[in-house]
Write a protein that binds this ligand. Sequence first.
Ligand code: 9WN
Length: 458
Amino acid sequence: MEDTYKPEALPWRAEKILRKNDMGGWTKAAPNLYPHQWSWDSAFIALGLAHLDTRRAARELQTLFAHQWKTGKVPHIVFNSDAPPHSYFPGSEHWACAAASPDAPPAPPYTSCLSQPPVHAIAALRIWEAAKRRSEEEIASAWAFLKDIYPKLLSWHRYLLTYRDPEGSGLVTIYHPWGSGTDNSPRWDAALAAVEVSDLPPYPRYDLQHVGSPSQRPTDADYDRYLWLVELIKRAWCDETTIYESHPFLVKDVLSSAILVAANEALLKIAELVEAQEEDHTIIAAWIVRGRRGLEGCWEPELGLCLDYDLRADRPLQVRTVAGFAPLIAGSLDPRQLGVLLKTLDSPTFLGHRGLRWPLPPSTSPEDPGFNPRSYWRGPTWPVVNWLLWWSLIRADETERAERLRRTALEQLAKGGFGEYFDPFTGQLLGSADQSWTAAVALDWLSSESLPEVKAAL
Ligand code: 9WN
């Protein structure tokens, strides 16, 4: 019976996972593989928690933002000082030197000095919307939360549009694949190939003990480059300007950039709710325009997708991945470009591929040379990505498609479990089981049974 679609069991199972991974004021990304607080995981977790307890959801984000850097950066990991030894590498010891940066927050707990895609303002607004469907008390406390988090979100977005975009392009630069959240995606292969690794001390691969097969995780060659880039960032004392000048991996990431546009739209709504000064509205509105313009420049008409840009090699990165749907996520597309993107989505390059177990978008197109159905971001489907596309389709008024995607995504979870990612051909759960953000997006989907309500909440 385990193989039967039992939607009625999903809310209970999802809630159980979030409770199990709950560490008090924050949530482990996964029970064993990820024993710390991750930045964009926390945002997705918060929007799922909002359906259980809006105050706890708000606290998830507040705990994360308590470790914001002076530059406005929200660190990609806040390390759990009580994580079991030998559970995650690189852990707090490896990043401890980041705390010596004059911009770092007080430590412990230690943080990494990378960042991840800025989903947080979107989550904050959804907490507010969930509170509005509850009691006067929850509304009052959600409003106080918005008031508290608003300047922190503003400073986070400002960091991304200054330190990470000195060119004023509207596009976010990453200096490590971990900063994209889509770590070993073939999006980064060409840029990583140019990174020469030298004198790297031996290091452990604790991650491999938590997954069914090493083939589900990045290779040792990938890890050598990841750790070498961390080493160079540490040698630069996490100083953004120095990194920008000398780092061998510097890429404009279209997915992060699109999420930032959507997050700025959420921030603009929050600015109205908390009655922020008029100047803020003008600044945020200009960021939105700048972001959309930047993405327009990355459009590749022949592929019907958007492409990342390698700043060091000065060329676009020609890979077909879900990140290519960035303009859909950024929103407000003209009907012609929307039509092209939907055509790409439906084509054999993505949902129309005949081998798929479910019509859900593989992280990398099966037609791309970098595709691998079982390796992490090189092909598997990721529930959080499904959520981003679903949410974007609703914003684009593509409600029927959105509803199809939502139902299929839930069916995948009902049959496959709350996995980190799934083999797109067999539907097998890969990576970690009981992944927190998967449970969270499921709760959000489940509470969205009626689309008009979802639309009203956007
Ligand atoms: C490195 C926690 C994180 C996600 C990322 C995902 C993976 C870490 C890792 O897990 O990255 O940050 O060790 O592989 O790629 O998106 O935030 O779930």
